[in-house]
Design a protein around this ligand. Sequence first.
Ligand code: SAH
Ligand code: SF4
Length: 350
Amino acid sequence: MTNLTDLTFHELEALIVSLGEPPYRARQVWQWLWQKGCRDISEMTDVSKALRTRLAERATIAWPRVVRVRESGDGTVKFLLGLTDGEAVECVLIPEKDHYTACLSTQVGCAMGCGFCATGMLGFRRNMTPGEMLGQVLVARQYLLDRGEALSLRNLVFMGMGEPLLNYENLLKTLEALHHPQGLDFSSRRITVSTAGVKRHLLDLGKTGLCALAISLHAPTQEKREQIMPAAARLPLGELMEILRQYPLKSRESLTFEYLLLAGVNDADADARELVRLLSHVKAKVNLIVYNATPGLPFRQPRPERVLAFQNILKDKGIVATIRKSKGTDIAAACGQLRAEADCQAEGGA
Ligand code: SAH
Ligand code: SF4
């Protein structure tokens, strides 16, 4: 059985044609899937009964199963989602001033092994399909609709579990589906993909123009970076920066560098100055992230005055540097705290 949400628009068209129908019928089905949030082929009332019947013999519409929803005191919502094979991932809805942002997962677990990240500690289990990645958007949007929320889901960040660029083919299909004007219709300015850096796909992603890019840098030198991000050994900092210098940017767009501040590891004035040097040849803004403690990990959160001092060094050199407000820490929904498997087992499995 095909899950219709796994298909690109062209794949859906091909399926419809293979059922003996004209290709333009795909548009109707697509609108049901993505605009109306339809979960049952028989409910596509303006599609002929004959096509619905034939489609239902070949395909279903499978959304991830909502296993648990937790809401933080600050309005952040964390979904534990069960996938068809019993795996689970987490997805987070973050309230902003005038909209919601959804933080999406791309893999079950992650192979990059960053020492500070709860997902990294799980190791890699498998890639998510396009339908599973998009299913997070459908579930989150439906949740807001059901609650009668006035604010809508406007921004998407691929900053949940997993390394998006290690699931590249499926990521591209997902981004294409997100953009479709008859579907979810997210513009590239509303989508950010975050990566720890995967050499073979970085520039290609840039050439698609489908999203903004954030790079998880976290250290200003190769030595320090490798200490906390072992996968950095595969793409040395010099080479990473060279690729980023060639990265195609739209007008007024810049690259976002995420820098996780770990007390005594990478938060010294000297680190900030080194970072300024490193970023001097790219159009960069920096998003400082204060480490969220994860049980079992050997890192500490820097004190607020250290974070501000670090930020000021960047600002003094003309670099736009923001401090990411940590949301949802009380429900372990903040950056680096996502680890669905353990949660799920505690609940007796997805
Ligand atoms: N794998 C990609 C996408 C996931 S993003 C990437 O790493 O970019 C996850 C973000 O949360 C990254 O910026 C990561 O560095 C950050 N993060 C991981 N562990 C964290 C922790 N314990 N506290 C705060 N941020 C963390
Ligand atoms: Fe993977 Fe990103 Fe976590 Fe590193 S920070 S282990 S790349 S999810």
